[in-house]
Ligand binder design. Structure first.
Ligand SMILES: *Cc1c(COP(=O)(O)O)cnc(C)c1O
Length: 411
């Protein structure tokens, strides 16, 4: 069964992804089954998307009920679900307004257009992003991202992006020119290998942006939506130091729809009119189905206090992983992360590995055999981005499979 499906992919599906030879059939909570009936614990969460796990009954019901009522109506009209969701997101950030799209890359586009439009009259258009950053795969997205491999072969890129080393406030200051209009960062670099921003960096950026009249644009697509134990990762990173820290815009996607494709950008009230009528749009953005799902997800996260669960289970993982690192120092090199956004820097070059492939991919592959799904990042990082409602038993199950795999690989 699975082999036949894989063959049809080879023939009919564009080869843009390096896909693993797994053919998934169904899921339930933190587990998925392939077409051969093999069960996997899914700690990858569809790259931080499935925040309530697979086949969540409440999401399924919200989706079915909305689809029987009003599936789509375009943004020519009003409907309650979008108002409710915009309010629900804004009240977690501050006075401001929300634009809805369909993907993380589109959230980035809104922030680029916001910055361009704001700077237009003054001839300012440049946006400084971080080295190793990821902001999506559109032409503007790859132009903005600080990773060469995303840009290769796509020249000419969109002009007006400069990159500065992450967590280095002096480097950002030096990169500012008279044309600079904004700075854009991820709170925790996801694709870049789970690298959290420091509190000093965030506070320094806010002060620098205020001083030089720049927008601070926040890509919370991967690190947002309670993954770090707070709605947005700056709230988790800054904690007591937060004061009145707020970015000027916050991009959200991935977990926002829990598997329903959608994105949102919150824009602070001060700049909420910059993108006025006719300046931007999306046919599907924030449609009734998407909003019904996202509203249900926020309701469940609040009701079940999944932010606290993300903190607790994240800490449980980290404590146990620290012990595994002590036990297997050649396999686990370094641990990074916050809440349920965990990056494990793995060692490479084991005799059981095909060393022509990056260590990250080798490890993810070996973990599949044990029945564990994780997400590779960069050349040597394995990511855990599990559902926010993961239980301690499930986390322990994952740690056991992880340890078994390490023992097998390094022996
Ligand atoms: C995934 C991701 C994106 C792009 O999202 P898509 O939905 O794939 O377009 C943008 N920024 C960050 C930080 C991401 O992790």
């Amino acid at each position: 069964m699975s082999q036949k499906i894989i063959e049809r992919f080879k023939q009919f599906v564009a080869p843009t992804y390096g896909r693993f030879p797994i053919t998934l059939d169904r899921g339930e909570g933190a587990y998925v089954w392939d077409t051969d009936g093999k069960r996997y614990l899914d700690l990858g969460g569809g790259i931080a998307v499935n925040c309530l796990g697979h086949a969540n009954a409440e999401i399924a019901r919200a989706l079915a009920e909305q689809s029987a009522k009003l599936m789509h109506c375009t943004n020519f009209y009003h409907f309650e679900g979008q108002a409710q969701l915009a309010e629900g997101l804004a009240k977690r950030l501050g006075q401001g307004r929300v634009f809805f799209g369909n993907s993380g890359a589109e959230a980035s586009e809104v922030m680029f257009k916001l910055a361009r439009r704001l700077g237009q009259g003054e001839g300012r258009f440049e946006i400084i992003t971080a080295e190793n950053s990821f902001h999506g795969r559109t032409m503007a997205g790859i132009s903005a991202s600080g990773q060469k491999k995303l840009k290769d072969g796509f020249a000419p890129l969109l002009e007006g992006f400069a990159h500065a080393p992450y967590n280095d406030i002096d480097a950002v200051r030096s990169a500012i020119t008279p044309a600079t209009v904004a700075v854009m960062i991820e709170g925790i670099q996801g694709e870049g290998g789970i690298r959290p921003a420091s509190a000093e960096y965030l506070l320094g950026l806010r002060a620098l942006c205020d001083e030089r009249n720049l927008l601070l644009l926040w890509d919370g697509v991967q690190c947002g939506h309670f993954r770090t134990g707070s709605f947005q990762s700056f709230q988790a990173i800054l904690g007591d130091q937060i004061g009145d820290f707020l970015p000027d815009a916050v991009g959200m996607a991935k977990a926002l729809g829990g598997g329903f494709p959608m994105s949102a950008v919150w824009i602070s009230e001060k700049h909420a009119d910059v993108l006025g009528p006719g300046t931007h749009g999306s046919t599907f953005g924030g449609n009734p189905l998407a909003c019904a799902v996202a509203n249900k997800i926020l309701e469940v996260i609040d009701r079940d206090d999944l932010a606290a669960n993300a903190r607790a289970i994240g800490q449980f993982f980290l404590d146990k992983l620290v012990r595994l690192r002590e036990k297997y120092p050649t396999a686990i090199r370094e641990l990074r992360g916050l809440g349920l956004m965990i990056g494990i820097e793995m060692g490479g070059r084991f005799s059981s590995f095909d060393n022509s492939k990056p260590a990250a991919v080798q490890w993810v592959f070996a973990l599949h055999e044990a029945g564990l799904l994780t997400i590779p990042a960069g050349s040597s990082v394995v990511r855990f981005l599990p559902p926010l409602n993961l239980t301690q038993e499930e986390a322990q199950d994952g740690l056991d499979l992880f340890e078994q795999t390490i023992q097998k690989v390094i022996e």
